[in-house]
Write a protein that binds this ligand. Structure first.
Ligand code: 5AD
Ligand code: SF4
Length: 428
């Protein structure tokens, strides 16, 4: 979502003359768009600000500095105090106010801090027209989260669940399609809780929204992320089975395999529920590949609990995954739970889990050798005549072909597979 937000900040700033540059040397304004999800991401902000300060002092005294995103939301005043180099602090729901904030900074009416929570106001004020970079684009349909998993800061930094109206999403999707975008990924912290007014005045679900976006000419591939197992309803599963433009790849995090840990995480479902859900989804769409998020070392996680996460991965089987050591986040219930797991044990568990997940990912990729996959060509490779694109399962795919194919969807016969990418040749 930060990628999407950064693109939207560029859209908001373009009418007042700003455009992205490649090097800090060329920048009049630096916006650090930040993530608060784990401690490491949040810590990076201060080290990055140190580097920016040096650059400003030595090379660019007039450069302005803004901190945006969830660290700004959570620690705005602290950032202003700790890093005087910062001129502006803005949370994820206020970036439509950037032009106004920049004007204030230039008028030298003091530092500017904006951390309101009005998601819908933001979307009402953002320009409908987009300037996409490539042929695949994110589109935020929902923001925030009401689930309050006990490890997670999102409900505090992004705020309550808010869905954008269907008409606004469709207008944005049309703007993207008119500029050559072929693939749209509908994003939100909890997209399958999507519920907002449709053209008929009723509240539409994610399944209905997907089928409507699928009618837009030029959009040939649709994805959505992230979903919560609690909100996978039968209608959405039916659409996953029935909508050919929807790619056969689903990100459905479970986080941990032990019911005790799932309960402590406030995930509000059991492993059995997840397993049955996956069985239903696979029955509806047999070619689907799954990806998941996993956390090891949540407070109270014993060796036996962790083994249940390993057993879950063995049993379900993932095409790709994201796995993390539990990171204590201030203000979340997890932070004050007893029996925090020592760092060394977390590291050991993560290593074992990732060995398994990466092996599964490589095996999945190898299982595609000999198959013909549709690939959205995103660009040319390093050498002349090389192309690069994405398969339906999101692996980067390398093959030879003419540059005119960039932006098109072509069939590629897969001939080789690494852990992260595929190699092939254009289908005859
Ligand atoms: N520690 C580790 N991982 C976390 N995630 C969210 N909060 C934390 C945390 N405190 C992970 C979850 C989530 C993904 C976006 O980030 O796996 O699904
Ligand atoms: Fe965080 Fe996702 Fe849980 Fe919401 S559902 S609290 S975003 S992990």
């Amino acid at each position: 979502m930060n990628v999407y937000d950064s693109e939207r900040m560029a859209d908001v700033l373009s009418p007042i003359g700003y455009a992205p540059v490649d090097k800090p040397d060329d920048a009049d304004l630096v916006i650090l768009n930040t993530c608060h999800i784990r401690e490491k991401a949040a810590d990076k902000v201060y080290s990055e600000l140190g580097r920016i300060r040096q650059h400003k002092e030595h090379n660019k005294p007039d450069m302005k500095v803004a901190v945006a995103g969830c660290v700004a939301q959570a620690e705005g005043a602290e950032i202003m105090r700790r890093a005087p180099v910062v001129d502006m602090v803005l949370g994820p729901q206020t970036y439509h106010k950037l032009p106004e904030m920049i004007a204030k900074v230039h008028r030298q009416t003091g530092d500017v801090l904006e951390v309101d929570f009005d998601t819908l106001e933001k979307f009402d004020q953002l320009p409908e027209a987009r300037k996409p970079k490539g042929f695949s684009s994110f589109l935020t349909i929902q923001e925030g989260c009401d689930k309050f998993c006990t490890f997670c800061v999102v409900p505090y930094t992004r705020g309550a669940e808010v869905s954008r109206p269907v008409s606004q999403i469709v207008a944005e999707a049309r703007s993207l399609a008119s500029q050559g975008v072929r693939e749209i990924t509908l994003i939100g912290q909890n997209v399958n809780a999507y519920s907002a007014e449709g053209p008929d005045g009723r509240d539409w679900s994610l399944g209905e929204l997907i089928q409507h976006v699928a009618l837009i000419g030029g959009i040939d591939r649709i994805r959505f992320t992230t979903s919560h197992p609690r909100d996978m309803d039968d209608e959405l599963i039916r659409v996953i089975g029935a909508e050919p433009k929807l790619m056969p790849y689903l990100h459905l995090p479970i986080q941990a395999g032990s019911d005790k840990i799932l309960r402590a995480m406030n995930r509000d479902h059991t492993y059995e529920h997840y397993k049955q859900l996956i069985a239903k989804i696979r029955a509806a769409r047999p070619d689907i590949a799954l990806s998941g998020d996993f956390i090891v070392g949540f407070p109270g996680e014993t060796d036996a609990d962790f083994e249940q996460t390993m057993a879950c991965v063995e049993e379900i089987g993932y095409g790709s995954s994201f796995s993390f050591k539990y990171s204590t986040r201030p203000g979340t219930p997890g932070a004050s739970m007893p029996r925090q797991v020592p760092e060394a044990i977390k590291s050991e568990r993560l290593k074992r889990l990732q060995d398994l997940l990466y092996t599964q990912q490589h095996d999945f990729n190898k299982s595609l050798i000999g198959r013909t996959l549709s690939v959205l060509v995103e660009g040319t490779g390093r050498e002349d005549g090389q192309l690069f694109g994405r398969s339906p399962y999101l692996q980067g795919t390398h093959f030879d072909g003419p540059a005119e194919l960039v932006g098109q969807i072509v069939n590629v016969v897969i001939t080789d597979a690494g852990r992260n990418s595929l190699v092939g040749h254009l289908a005859p």
